[in-house]
Design a protein around this ligand. Structure first.
Ligand code: OGA
Ligand code: NI
Length: 366
């Protein structure tokens, strides 16, 4: 993550949602209550979609399938990135025991007493540590979520004092997990490149030493899920995002498809992958960085573990020339990825607004 010079900002008091839960608070503090047009409208059933419609990509067929299997899986990958910006990957090769132990230490961390977690505070305006990210003012609405985020690669983005000593195996497991997820991202990006008719190592060569961060999101149950959001609508600033959800969690992730919020229930042991802003720019909009959000649930809690994989801060990027043509004129300017990251982390989550930074028709003023 980018180091940002922070001027002291006043974000007021931020209630910790797990503590609100423990206190059996039934009235939702004002700062969590969304304006009517932002509420999740739980009463409205989603008629035409079911969660099973989120496309499934089988990585084993991409890695070692027959020529036909590879071709058909690549087409599926292309279609999901174009139409959904999301897919779930099965047979991903990441050890299931490791996924489970990562969930276990994450839960152990969130269950620690507040004073213990507050030893790793996310200072307002920064994005690493325990707390609420993307809060910049006192009148901004808060998410019904506790986050714990760490920059992982390259090492210079790490803030060692934020790596917890409790639970004892936390750091070791997150390290191993991140290594596996990194290899998965590299593999997936190879196939994403192929699905665009590009050389397999296009992104690997372009990205330099990729930046990787992990964020654990814990959504406790909420007495009034109809009034709050677990996580504000946003698109991810990454190239690729990998999301894992603890089994038995509530259905919380929703993605915006054809102007409808579609709930996503991952299939067991699958990982959810989504295209971030960076790939939308590189593909000149062919692959979509789709807006998503999380909702809370009345009875059940939910844990998600999310990895953001992005190019090195130094690189300049813009639409790949092969993907710009008469039918698809250039939609984004060239820019420095570090500047984009900085722009992303210094603004509140607000749908796809951060991507305006990269649009050619927008005159961007900071
Ligand atoms: C994120 C995200 C969704 C979720 O962390 O960027 O979109 O379901 N999380 O936790
Ligand atoms: Ni996201």
């Amino acid at each position: 993550m980018v180091k940002v010079a922070i001027s002291p900002i006043n974000v007021g008091h931020i209630d910790d949602v797990q503590e609100l839960r423990k206190a059996k608070t039934t009235a939702i503090p004002r700062r969590f209550v969304r304006d009517e047009d932002e509420r999740p409208s739980l009463a409205i059933a989603i008629p035409s979609f079911t969660s099973s419609t989120l496309p499934v990509v089988d990585l084993s067929k991409l890695v070692r399938g027959s020529k036909d299997e590879l071709q058909s899986e690549i087409s599926k990958l292309a279609a999901s990135c174009e139409e959904w910006g999301f897919f779930q990957v099965v047979n991903h090769g990441v050890d299931l025991g490791l996924l489970e132990s990562t969930e276990k230490v994450a839960m152990e961390f969130f269950r620690l007493p507040l004073e213990e977690k507050q030893k790793y505070p996310m200072v307002p305006g920064t994005v690493q540590g325990y707390g609420q990210a993307f809060v910049f003012s006192e009148d901004q609405k808060l998410d019904w979520c506790n986050m714990f985020a760490l920059g992982v690669e390259p090492h210079f983005i790490r803030v060692p004092k934020l790596w917890p000593t409790k639970p004892p195996k936390f750091s070791e497991i997150v390290e191993e997990y991140s290594g596996e997820i990194r290899r998965l991202c590299q593999k997936l990006l190879g196939f994403v490149a192929m699905s665009l008719g590009l050389k397999k190592d296009t992104f690997e060569e372009m990205f330099g030493v990729a930046v990787q961060a992990v964020r654990m999101n814990y959504y406790p149950p909420c007495p009034r899920p109809d009034l709050v959001l677990g996580l504000s609508p946003h698109s991810d600033g990454s190239a690729l995002t990998v999301l894992q959800q603890r089994e038995g969690s509530s259905v919380g992730l929703q993605i915006l498809k054809d102007n409808t919020w579609v709930p996503v229930q991952p299939i067991p042991n699958a990982l959810i992958i989504n295209i971030g802003d960076t790939l939308e720019v590189l593909t000149n909009g062919r692959y979509k960085s789709v807006e998503h959000r999380a909702v809370a649930d009345k009875e059940k809690d939910r844990l998600s573990i999310v990895t953001f994989y992005a190019p090195s801060y130094e690189i300049e990027l813009g639409p790949i020339p092969e993907l710009v043509n008469e039918g698809s004129p250039c939609k984004y300017k060239r820019y420095n990825h570090g500047e984009y990251s900085k722009h992303y982390v210094t603004n509140k989550l607000q749908g796809k607004k951060t991507l305006d930074f990269a649009k050619v028709e927008t005159t961007y003023t900071s």
